[in-house]
Design a protein around this ligand. Sequence first.
Ligand SMILES: *Cc1c(COP(=O)(O)O)cnc(C)c1O
Length: 468
Amino acid sequence: MNKLLEKDFNSFDKLLHKIAEQGTEYFKNVDLEKTSLPVLKTSKKILNNEGIGGLKTLKLFNEKFRHTIVASSGPRYLGYVVGGTTPAAVIGDWLTTIYDQNPQTTTAQGDVSVQIEQETIKLLLNLFHLPNNFLGGFVSGATMSNFTCLAVARQWIGKQEGKDFAKNGITSTINVLSAVPHSSAIKSLSMLGIGSANVIKIKIEEGNRESININDLEVKIKTLNNKPFILISSAGTVNSADFDNFEAINALHKKYNFWWHIDGAFGAFASCSPKYRHLVKGWENADSITIDCHKWLNVPYDSAVFFVKEKHNLLQLETFQNSNAPYLGDPSENFNYLNFLPENSRRLRALPAWFSLIAYGKDGYKDIVENSVNMAQKLEEFILQNEELTLLTPTRLNNVCFSLKDKNKQDKIPLFITELNKEGKVYMTPTVYRNTKGVRASFVNWRTNEKDILIITKEIEKALKYIK
Ligand SMILES: *Cc1c(COP(=O)(O)O)cnc(C)c1O
């Protein structure tokens, strides 16, 4: 055995204690850490022949990089949609690393991590009040979840014409209908050979809405002359967190032949609270649903799930069949995740989610969701009261979109955001809503509290002075 490896193995307890200390320090005080930092120069380091061992590597990391870590898992990082990590999720994640399983099949001797993954899927269906006629699995993020769902949708389209697209390639145009899809769903269409340009745009509802106009949806469906298509709908558009009318879509789903996909990356969590559950009413009738775990579930990156109706199981297996490797066994004989989703090997992503779900239960997630929405509403109140600011859209759930009231000043939004983020006390990202430049703050971190809102509003006031 290599000497350094042996030395590290023998002092592994010391190494673990060191990072437990360092990890605890960071986790407890992440609210004091900066949310933005100057960008590092790209390193030109080359690899030595001789290593330096774990302890010195930790020291080197701390000297070189520790100070460059931004508090993206902290309470005032409101850019994009970035969740934190609950304490139980962290310990589940550390164990994921230690046990280092590769969840694939339920019947192989030894590895039972698939049971953990399947149990976690059931717990998540419970959490979201979804029925058990969905099967699911863990992927790296909502992008890959959208990809997985839309890949099965693609296979379904082929089947309607008696074709096997997974086997023979796509031989006809696939129609996709959507109103305000997330960019990652469009990217998935590119990756799937469906084509990102092949989206028929549905009008949105009147008023300050981003949801599908149901009348226009039916108009667009009729132009397809009964040709099967894919509908991508939203449980939470990324700007205004608007939800499509799932009951109305369900009525059309009964009348016309289409694959109904819902991207609920973060908005799915509305179902965790009786206050917001009405937003997803009827969503259980969809064919597939995307949900991110590294956002509002507050587990570490990288984690998301897909739910696909069990009745589409065969289509899913055809899509992801990994059958040309005899040593993996006969795919028809046992369930194996590698025939069910894009990756062959994966880490046990379910474990951090399992830990956090068991540790905090339905009530814990209800509290997290309701708290996030409360915090968003507090920021909204501040914006409504501020003379220089205006809301771009009402705050429906956890996202706040605002801009400068003075239209002549709106070009200064990038400058305003740079100034706002510069101190590293808060982090927000730019957006464009209906051709107006604005700022977006998304609340999904379990830690954010009223003290944070005070800091945030103070930083906004400071940045406003700067652009006067
Ligand atoms: C974040 C997000 C995605 C993409 O998720 P990743 O985890 O970044 O891959 C897709 N859809 C919606 C609605 C999102 O908010």
